[in-house]
Design a protein around this ligand. Structure first.
Ligand SMILES: [Zn+2]
Length: 166
């Protein structure tokens, strides 16, 4: 069974929570002495009001400049992550293409090794020239080795740049 609310509860609550710190009116003080419900309300509201005031004093709110700096830093990080996303995709595609190219060359080489005896003469000549160009220090061989070297150096660098965390 709940007690019937007192008609003065709103006035007691408003006077207790009044931030100006004025003392309660004499009529309210007299009523608090007579009404148990309003006295409990006053005690609870006083404790909550004091706790709120203490929390306001002890709260460590960052300055406006610090908040602005943090927001700007987060915006920059988000923008950098957004900008790096296509680079990561392109790097992944390049890596997939490189793997596909290597797999094709491996397949071609395997085919060449398997069918070296039955290869048509023109293909044999072309394969021989390609093998000679790769091995011998000619202009084509040098270009192929340079391209391979650039790929070997650039691929890890591009992967590092694309995948690093800022
Ligand atoms: Zn009352």
């Amino acid at each position: 069974m709940t007690a019937r609310p007192c008609d003065h509860e709103e006035a007691v609550l408003a006077a207790t929570l009044d931030a100006s710190g004025r003392p309660l009116a004499d009529a309210l003080v007299a009523h608090l002495g007579a009404c148990r419900s309003c006295r409990e309300l006053h005690d609870i509201a006083s404790v909550l009001h004091d706790d709120h005031a203490t929390a306001l004093v002890e709260a460590r709110v960052p300055s406006a400049g610090q908040t602005w700096w943090r927001a700007e830093l987060r915006a920059r990080q988000d923008a950098a992550a957004m900008a790096a996303r296509p680079i990561t995709v392109v790097t992944g595609l390049a890596a997939a293409c490189l793997i596909g190219l290597l797999a094709s060359l491996t397949g071609l080489l395997a085919w060449w090794l398997q069918d070296a005896w039955t290869m048509p003469a023109t293909v044999q000549v072309m394969a021989g020239r390609l093998a000679t160009a790769v091995v011998a220090p000619t202009g084509v061989g040098l270009a192929l080795w340079l391209a391979l070297g650039v790929l070997l150096v650039a691929t890890p660098l591009m992967l590092y740049v694309a995948l690093r965390d800022d």
